[in-house]
Write a protein that binds this ligand. Sequence first.
Ligand code: SAM
Length: 278
Amino acid sequence: MRNKYIVQELLAEITKELSPFIERASREAQLLLMAHLHKDELWLMMHRNQEVESLEELFSWVERRKKSEPFEYITQNVSFYSEEFFIKEGALIPRPETELLIDEVKKYALNVDASLRFAEVGIGSGIISIMLALYYKNASFIAVDISQDALDIAKINIERFGLADRIELRLGSLLEPISEDIDYLVSNPPYIENGIELESNLSYEPQNALFGGTIGDEIIKELLDEVLKREIKFFSCEFGYDQKDKIQNYLEDKKYKNLDFYKDYSDFDRGFTLKAKI
Ligand SMILES: C[S@@+](CC[C@H](N)C(=O)[O-])C[C@H]1O[C@@H](n2cnc3c(N)ncnc32)[C@H](O)[C@@H]1O
């Protein structure tokens, strides 16, 4: 690899490098180059013959991508709900279906001006609490994660959005670090069954963000117990596509049926909201 190319040659070179390792190599080459140059699609189209240089970082990205490292970790950027967030290894890469969890909360907490007290368990990169804080301008948040790495990444995003005065981070498990009264609990907890073999790119993501226990829904059930014990008014939660019946049965055993489920973009069951009987 040289240190100077014109754009179209460079794209062809990166595509050739990536092709044996990943699908859609030519598209990935464009995306990597755009991220490296901080340019958009239009710029790329209009500057096919532009000379570019200082490409060491770009070629190091190509090497990492060849080993299936996720694009978002390499470029340290991820889009979620039309906003851009910092991301790196140590926090889960936000998934598009989690946008539906935000919409779910908006369906129940109708007064956008209310001084609601939210809690989030498993904040990861911060996307959920941040998007809700941008929408509910008078709400305050306590956000917990068991991983200090995740909290460090969330802190960077919270500061970028200027929300440090309304989103407080706490290290710990589930609701243990929270003794205050809470109006609304939201969570996208780990919910995959332990030991399930995952695609190779998922090996880069924190395993405690993915696996939820021997069955997979243990953390969700612990959260449900806490919500009922503390009489938290609303709890919106994402879950796995095959967990609806288990959650429904668990709550029926407790004679608690104030429960709505929602589906994702592929029409799979994806989560629920539990409302206290108030
Ligand atoms: C599926 S990720 C969700 C991250 C982020 N909220 C999102 O939606 O992209 C789950 C998060 O829960 C955290 N976590 C796992 N077990 C936990 C526990 N017992 N208590 C608190 N957080 C936990 C993980 O570290 C991870 O950040």
